[in-house]
Design a binder for this molecule. Structure first.
Ligand code: C2E
Ligand code: MG
Ligand code: MG
Length: 688
């Protein structure tokens, strides 16, 4: 049978067996009739690759001397794997379908190609196996184009089907027959999702063609196919038909889906990422009538502290847990996205009022507030939330995000663990803040900062014993800007490291100048928490301490209690290094922070500055102030009362043996050129 078989197909349709074949073992008459007929007929044993019966016309066609010689031939010799596979498929079709195929084949009887139209049908051998009855019903015109295109049709892995209007296949190429499921071969039954077939039918009647990627029922289970369909006519009947080509894209789709999943997601939590969120926003904005939405921006309160205390694994657990908590509250059109770090955005669709979103947030918050366990450790995490209501088409994504960020910032400022809705006042304040931030960069470059000086009085003698340097920004347009307006921004942005260095430089230079001029007071300078943690601080302090005439032991650095919070050992080590360089350490605003009194004694502290809020409430706050005075004595530190504004306060503190005081009662902070005058006046009054 076919060796290097080439084939061209005109029509190959699945039809009922059209004729009963000659049976080599039936009655002699029938056999004789077969042998006599002019049509070349032979029976091919697919299992053994042998011709088992051939009439003389077939022998001529195969260029065999006689039937016995043809039966001797090993037809498998030189047969390609595809042809062998296809013959197996035919055998299956004969068994299951009772099928008949009429196809143009190229036979190679002696190496020469012979194009013949052959009708193939099933033929059961005496031992029960299915063989193939072949009838060569005509010679073909040998147009190379036709022959090649037909071969392509038979050999291609692309599934090709011609489907009648009722969905029944009129023609299927071998690849399609391989793919079709055993049961139900109607076209529409192939689609797993019936809507895909409906879409296709609608598009075909509208435009005559359609293409889609669809999940399809196949002999090997559910697969994804890239399906193209074109309306056409059946070449045999002239009836309307659909020409379908389909390519199995399952592997490609799985790979693409995976790539898309990864491209859209955050790997730690499985939440969407920022670019997906933005795409989602844009899709909604492009709708004819975008729905009202809410953007809920939140981050985990004190997340850095959680990471530092419990380790990064615990931090990751918190992030995963929180995102899955929130996911449980999302509707089908809502989504959660992780922007990075501990920042998340929940995008809610169809939100019409603040009350509506507030209720949903409350539910999420109560779920998030439940303790999270990392190994045996119980961690309680809270979130701060900024909320913005908007309509996607009216507002740009960046703008909505900025507003949400401002509201989140306000929630943090208001004490964390709460949700705050954006309003326009917040927007203006944020704008102002952004402007200050920009201007501060220039101010640092141009060194637009100066110190004002406030005297500190010895309550026993009334003399000026020390002076605190307080920074002011000498703004070219705004005038003198007070520290509350820019220190927090510098802290937040890290500019405090630069500003802090400038303050230390000015303060130390001034202290040196005063001492050189014979003035006998110490100088106190403020060091903010972030500045204290700046890795360059020790170097800066050490450089300044090397300056000529540095007044060792006469410069005090004021830090706040929260600087002492954390790894006590390393903080104590750092403080020791600083004191060894010739600086003293004071605790500013004492009594307002969280310091644990039991370890205060372990730090080298020379001074406790009692916060103004206690002094302000004297004599009611008397017991607390007395307690601080006792504590200061216990650890050998000087007690300084801050914010002394009245004679009564002054007298009360002096009576309680508080050592020093600072406040408007004695003097406001003054610019350098006014300070000495005031200090001299105060000292003169003291001597009276
Ligand atoms: P602070 O270090 O506690 O400084 C004392 C603040 O209280 C000063 O405000 C001072 O003007 C004010 N004050 C002094 N006596 C009285 C009083 O009798 N009544 C009232 N109501 N207030 C009084 P200022 O200068 O506005 O500084 C505010 C804060 O800014 C400072 O508080 C300090 O925390 C920070 N700061 C100032 N200069 C610097 C600096 O150079 N570096 C850093 N990191 N922070 C600074
Ligand atoms: Mg201070
Ligand atoms: Mg203070």
């Amino acid at each position: 049978m076919p060796l290097n078989k080439q084939a061209k197909m005109r029509i190959a349709s699945i039809q009922p067996l059209h004729a009963s074949a000659a049976d080599p073992n039936s009655s002699d008459d029938a056999l004789r009739a077969v042998r006599r007929t002019r049509v070349p007929i032979w029976v091919y044993d697919i299992d053994h690759s042998r011709v088992v019966l051939a009439n003389s016309s077939a022998c001529r066609l195969w260029q065999a001397e006689d039937e016995a010689a043809l039966r001797e031939r090993d037809m498998a010799k030189g047969m390609s794997a595809t042809v062998a596979k296809r013959l197996r498929q035919y055998q299956k079709d004969f068994i299951e379908e009772d099928a008949t195929f009429t196809e143009m084949w190229t036979l190679y009887p002696n190496g020469e190609p012979e194009n013949v139209m052959v009708v193939f049908s099933g033929h059961v051998l005496p031992d029960g196996r299915m063989a193939m009855l072949c009838e060569a019903v005509g010679q073909a015109e040998d147009e190379p184009q036709n022959l090649r295109s037909a071969e392509a049709l038979l050999h291609t892995d692309v599934m090709i089907m011609l489907v009648g209007e009722n969905g029944a296949p009129l023609y299927t190429n071998p690849a399609a027959r391989n793919m079709l499921p055993e049961d139900g071969k109607d076209f529409q039954q192939l689609f797993v999702n019936p809507a895909d077939h409906t879409d296709l039918a609608i598009a075909l009647s509208a435009t005559g063609e359609h293409r889609l990627v669809s999940q399809v029922n196949t002999a090997s289970g559910l697969r994804w196919f890239d399906v193209s369909a074109k309306a056409c006519s059946d070449a045999v009947t002239g009836q309307p038909a659909i020409l379908v080509t389909a390519i199995d894209v399952s592997e490609l789709k799985v790979a693409r889906d995976k790539a898309r999943y990864l491209a859209d997601r955050d790997l730690l939590t499985g939440c969407y990422n920022r670019s997906f969120l933005q795409g989602h926003f844009n899709n909604l904005a492009n709708l004819k009538k975008p729905p009202p939405c809410a953007l809920v921006f939140f981050d985990v309160d004190r997340f850095k502290q959680i990471n530092d205390r419990h380790g990064h694994e615990a931090g990751d657990t918190i992030l995963r847990q929180i995102s899955s908590c929130v996911q449980a509250f999302l509707g089908p059109n809502d989504l959660i996205s992780r922007l990075g770090g501990d920042e998340f955005v929940v995008f809610l669709e169809g939100i019409n009022s603040e009350v509506e979103v507030a209720e949903r947030i409350k539910l999420m918050q109560s779920e998030i507030a439940k303790p999270i366990f990392q190994d045996a450790t119980r961690i309680n995490a809270t979130v701060s939330i900024g909320v913005v209501l908007f309509t996607p088409a009216d507002d740009a994504f960046a703008d909505v995000m900025r507003r949400a960020d401002i509201a989140l910032y306000a929630a943090k400022e208001a004490g964390r663990d709460r949700a705050i809705h954006f309003n326009d006042d917040m927007g203006r304040a944020a704008q102002e803040r952004d402007q200050i931030e920009d201007e501060l960069k220039t101010a640092l470059e141009l060194r637009q900062f100066e110190l004002h000086y406030q005297p500190r009085i010895d309550l026993r003698t009334g003399r000026v014993v020390s002076v605190e340097g307080l920074v002011r920004w000498n703004h070219p347009i705004r005038g003198l800007v007070m520290p509350d307006a820019f220190i927090p921004i510098c802290e937040e942005t890290g500019m405090i490291e630069d500003l802090g260095r400038q303050v230390l430089e000015i303060g130390c230079a001034q202290a040196i100048a005063w001492h050189q001029a014979g003035h006998d007071f110490d100088v106190s300078l403020n060091v903010s928490p972030r500045q204290f943690n700046d890795k360059h601080l020790l170097q800066t302090l050490s450089d300044l301490a090397q300056s000529p005439n540095f007044p060792s032991g006469r410069i005090e650095l004021e830090i706040t209690e929260n600087v002492l919070f954390g790894d006590h050992k390393s903080i104590a080590k750092k403080l020791k290094k600083i004191t060894h360089m010739g600086y003293r350490i004071a605790i500013d605003d004492f009594g307002t922070g969280y310091s644990n009194l039991s370890y205060i004694s372990r730090f080298p502290l020379k001074c406790l500055k009692i916060d103004r809020s206690f002094v302000d409430q004297l004599p009611e706050a008397g017991p607390i102030v007395s307690l601080i005075l006792t504590l200061a004595r216990q650890i050998g530190a000087t007690a300084v009362a801050e914010g002394v504004e009245t004679e009564e306060q002054y007298a009360w503190l002096a009576a309680q043996n508080c050592e020093q005081a600072q406040g408007y009662y004695m003097s406001r902070p003054l610019p350098l050129d006014k300070f000495l005058e005031t200090a001299n006046r105060l000292n003169a009054q003291a001597s009276e």
